[in-house]
Design a protein around this ligand. Structure first.
Ligand code: ZN
Length: 390
């Protein structure tokens, strides 16, 4: 799209990278306002955190906010978030409670308000070609129901299970619904080749005779998210998760793309969409939504490997989780994310033995005003000033 110096790239409007260089985002992003700190009883408090280099520190995390944990490498971010916060909440919160008492600290307060703690990372969403975006975000069950409701399927007595590629019945048995076959090569890694029986469609030929809006179910799996949003416009339970996938910049994925071919960043955003899809705007019973306790999401450097434009999309997804009442805690070095936080918790001042303390906390503007003791404060101040000058 462009090549040359940074200035050359910035002059190339057809390049997304060029556009981002010429006009980088300002914070808060358009349409997103900073949330004020919550009332005193809506904070998660970790008291006396003492693990690895943490110096018996007290940490306050506002609930229902986007929180960034920052600090130079080795300052204690991972120890605090994984070793203390996640380990403690896994014991204290939700149905999967593993035991009593906090880990790596003296006490945790305020966790009663949380229903769940969940780490969202870049690990694959599934290791077999049987898993794909449509199955992971849960919309494929609804698609199968549509197919089973067609006249053709009802005449044949086919139920939704007939349109599954995960169980025997309607799928191609030669590849067991994977669409690919694994060929073992002596002395070489296995290779995957399209199934010669179904041609990669995953289904038996009779199953594909059933059409909905002129398309077989294999045609649907071959569609991109962008195309499918239009096709399922009248079916909110399918359209809603598709719109979420499109909003996070994954409109180009096909519904049936095998999970092992997704990048770490794509997998992470699909996981976030699956979480967002649980928050149905048109949920029939508002009381049920109010009863459900919110989740605390943990993310560790989620921007690794993401393009600048995708960082902005990721930030918008995180904000949507917070808008739905959840808390998002992100370990991050990327200033475009840090500047979007409602609250920053900066550890340091240095790494290792010289780290392990809270050196700054508060909204980005307040942290940026700090003159001493925080590398993040200086970097953030210069970053915000440079962005404001444009
Ligand atoms: Zn096959």
């Amino acid at each position: 799209m462009a090549q040359g110096t940074v200035a050359d790239i910035a002059r190339a409007p057809e390049s997304v990278t060029g556009r981002m260089l010429a006009d980088p985002p300002r914070h808060p992003l358009p349409g997103l306002a900073r949330r004020p700190p919550p009332p005193a009883d809506e904070w998660l408090v970790v008291e006396g955190a003492r693990l690895h280099n943490l110096r018996g520190i007290d940490v306050r995390i506002p609930l229902g906010r986007l929180v960034c944990v920052t600090g130079v490498s080795g300052s204690g971010k991972s120890t605090l978030v994984h070793g203390v916060l996640h380990a403690s909440l896994a014991r204290l919160v939700g149905r999967g409670r593993r035991g009593r008492g906090p880990v790596g600290c003296e006490a945790v307060r305020g966790h009663e308000r949380l229903g769940r703690v969940l780490e969202v990372d870049q690990s694959p969403i599934g290791r077999t070609p049987r898993s794909c975006p449509a199955t992971y975000v849960g919309l494929f069950d609804e698609v199968r129901r549509l197919y089973a409701a067609t006249t053709e399927a009802r005449l044949r007595g086919w139920r939704p299970g007939r349109f599954s590629f995960n169980v025997a019945g309607g799928r191609c048995e030669a590849c067991e619904g994977q669409g690919v076959r694994t060929v073992e090569m002596s002395f070489l890694p296995d290779v995957k080749v399209p199934c010669e029986v179904c041609g990669g469609s995953r289904y038996a030929a009779e199953t594909l005779e059933v059409r909905w809006n002129g398309r077989s179910i294999a045609d649907v799996l071959a569609m991109s998210v962008d195309e499918a949003v239009d096709l399922f416009a009248a079916h909110p339970r399918i359209r809603h998760p598709l719109e979420l996938l499109r909003d996070v910049g994954l409109g180009y994925l096909t519904l049936g793309q095998p999970s092992p071919t997704l990048s770490g960043g794509e997998a992470q955003r699909i996981k976030l969409v699956a979480e967002l899809a649980r928050v149905r705007p048109e949920a029939p019973d508002p009381r049920a939504r109010r009863r459900a306790k919110p989740t605390l999401y943990l993310l560790d450097e989620p921007t690794v490997g993401l393009h600048m434009a995708d960082v902005e999309k990721l930030v918008r997804v995180l904000h949507r989780l917070v808008d739905a009442g959840h808390t998002v805690v992100v370990i991050e070095h990327n200033l475009d994310v840090i500047a979007e936080a409602d609250w920053i918790l900066d550890l340091g001042p240095e790494g290792g033995e010289r780290g392990g303390r809270v050196v700054a906390e508060g909204p980005p503007e307040r942290v940026a005003r700090r003159r001493r003791g925080s590398h993040t404060a200086r970097a953030l101040r210069e970053f915000l000033a440079a962005r404001a000058r444009r």
